[in-house]
Design a protein around this ligand. Structure first.
Ligand SMILES: [Zn+2]
Length: 87
């Protein structure tokens, strides 16, 4: 299952959540992205961003920082909490 498929639907509108890139950057040694998670319908999003970094090492693309799992967990935890508050 890919990361977007693991995201719970939005508790406000039931819309599909997506990872969206907010900024990207590069240095001589690597590239980085910051990304957030946002509902594609109403725009509800996590109030903070996460980071993904990669570098080219020995001819291979190597991920040096990967917060995608963390972002999915945080989104789902928040959405679960929101849901249980309403029930
Ligand atoms: Zn929504």
């Amino acid at each position: 299952m890919n990361y977007n498929e693991r995201l719970m639907p939005c508790p406000f509108c039931g819309g599909k959540a997506n990872m969206i890139t907010t900024t990207n950057g590069s240095t001589h040694h690597g590239v980085s992205f910051t990304f957030g998670i946002e509902c594609s319908e109403c725009g509800t999003s996590l109030p903070w961003v996460h980071e993904l970094r990669a570098t080219l090492e020995n001819g291979e693309l190597k991920i040096t920082k990967d917060e995608r799992d963390k972002a999915v967990e945080e989104w789902n935890r928040r959405m679960q909490k929101k849901k249980s508050e309403e029930e």
